[in-house]
Design a protein around this ligand. Sequence first.
Ligand code: BEZ
Ligand code: MG
Length: 836
Amino acid sequence: MFLLVLHAGKSHALHKRVEQLCTRAIRWAQLKRKTKEKKKLAITVFSFPPDKGNVGTAAYLNVFNSIYSVLSDLKKDGYNVEGLPDTPEALIEEVIHDKEAQFNSPNLNVAYRMNVREYQYLTPYASLLEENWGKPPGHLNSDGENLLVYGKQYGNVFIGVQPTFGYEGDPMRLLFSKSASPHHGFAAYYTFVEKIFQADAVLHFGTHGSLEFMPGKQVGMSDTCYPDSLIGNIPNIYYYAANNPSEATVAKRRSYANTISYLTPPAENAGLYKGLKQLSELISSYQSLKDTGRGAQIVSSIISTAKQCNLDKDVPLPEEGEELPPKERDLIVGKVYAKIMEIESRLLPCGLHVIGEPPSAIEAVATLVNIAALDRPEEGISSLPGILAATVGRDIEDVYRGSDKGILADVELLRQITEASRGAITAFVEKTTNSKGQVVNVANNLSTILGFGLSEPWVQYLSTTKFIRADREKLRVLFGFLGECLKLVVQDNELGSLKLALEGSYVEPGPGGDPIRNPKVLPTGKNIHALDPQAIPTAAALKSAKIVVDRLLERQKADNGGKYPETVALVLWGTDNIKTYGESLAQVLWMIGVRPVADTFGRVNRVEPVSLEELGRPRIDVVVNCSGVFRDLFINQMNLLDRAVKMVAELDEPVEMNYVRKHAQEQAEELGVSLREAATRVFSNASGSYSSNVNLAVENASWTDEKQLQDMYLSRKSFAFDSDAPGAGMKEKRKAFELALATADATFQNLDSSEISLTDVSHYFDSDPTKLVQGLRKDGRDEAAQPQVVRGDDEEWVRGSQGDREAAHKHCRVERNIRTGGQLGLRGGQFHVHRR
Ligand code: BEZ
Ligand code: MG
């Protein structure tokens, strides 16, 4: 009888769940039926980080101009957007009254006051929130009596402000907590949208909000997971930056979003200014005057100017006035020159993207130059720098290497190649542009251009340079491809796809990522997908991971009197593993000396040890710090890593050749557990929780002592994955985490992108355990813990999985984050290192 009741209870719950899921599907289907005029849309903007005048901001996006553009378009299409003001500025004014609005400012327009009874009646899960937030209404989104929904309605469109996580209410408690539920104001917002405004769809506007990061299961939500409760049955459409497939995937899995990708803003080369410009002029005069007896004097000015520009942090420079033989002078000038060329050609995003306003052709030039810089052998496309180098009898890889070493002639040649690439592409783009600078009819113009060999604009341009004999056929193939890319860059599908989604129609999916590396990301307006997690790491990722790891270890060894580091603490993110097909995953495997093995279907689900003879070095121990996003997307790969670590710890090998085993034995003794259990190295947040929150604490200035930040990292990131406990989720193992981190000699994160770098995103210092390691190490050598930037300039640089390594290499640069005082990194598969 008891069993029967239990069974009936279960099947009732299942029935209810199936009904919920069906209702959501029906709501999507209803979008097809309802007329545009009657359809209700809740546009939701964010305020993140809170309290900083950030209402209506999103990564790379001009949110209000975009909303304005979307609403103008929808209005034309027959939607009821009654009362939409005449300008985007007026729209901002009406919704938030003040561009600099603090989040809780009374300035935000109140769209609805929900009394507590109504809130409780309409929000079935409201009582569950009391554990963290007390009785409603609470302090957030509240006037003390009612819950407040901020926003404004125009006809059938509501523009609302998503409440914040609420950390600002009690940062010291909430930032530390392993996982906190949404607050009452947050819940009230979505209750309003679904049950009072009765939206047919919600449009989350830009990357990204907080709903999908609320506690709950990683995937396959149940009705007790907060993202599920909050989104209810409303069809969720989400404008998301094309270059963020990892978090877009979280939005899809945890809040059932139909994402629509938007373009990141056009990039421009950083260029040179002030001292750097002066340096480049000095270098030119050195090149023309070095044999006239003035060489020594100019070099001395170059050295002092370079020091003023702080380049001595990146390029080793002699004392000013030191006597140098001419060959050495050339080398120093060459190294400074290579550095400033690298700075000059760094890509910077310019301004913010507006939905429905694709870039002009000229704005697309820098992007095309970078697209053209990569060889794409699988498509038979040679890189433009490669084609140009060949005309002067050189291999471009050789020129890159020479330039990196500071060989003056190679730096100069590379500069000429870069200049010619830009010139040729600009000439091509100008031919496809109308008088307003917009790209018009690329397709038609392109066929005209391609039809007449002689008038090919790039050929015309190159005939004025030393690269006049460049291979015409290869150029044609390349520019044909660039023409396709240009068409895709300027295509505007972002509005079109939104309209499809609002009609319940199919939005074409496509990969997310960096359009330079993977032009298939274009045109935007796609429903973003990531990749098959079991397909990684690919063979190409493995190849490139080996090179980075070998170089890191060799360099560390050279810097440490011939001793290999015993442990490297690595940070694994979802984003770069998606974009590189698992390079950083492969790096971890190669550190400990194992090889992934694919089954007959190509699924990577096994590892085998590489013999010590083949490895030629000890197995290096690791501490793997996975982002919450990585955990969500790649749980099977965490399983693979954990099995690999345990397997290595159990290998019967001398401990001086197997540091995983060495440390696991020590830790087993200290913790009183088995060797296998002590070999716990794969950590992340608690299930359903993300980030260390160090970035938020720094941004809110809610810390006084660095120790607090380290505690925060430890309390949130010390959850271990255990392949021996399938299905158990993440388990807190703080002591094991601390012991493992205390053995770390270096910390490392693979930075994959030519678009984002260390100081662009606060998440980098949020994930980086460098300072923590310093605090945990028993030798406590603070002054020696100055992070070191390691870069193996003098060795061969090999391309990554898709030719990207080479691009990343050219963009590599050192960056320092002053606020946290300890972050250094080098772009493009480089690393920051903490030394004994
Ligand atoms: C990730 O892709 O893992 C990630 C994304 C944003 C912040 C931190 C991590
Ligand atoms: Mg994020």
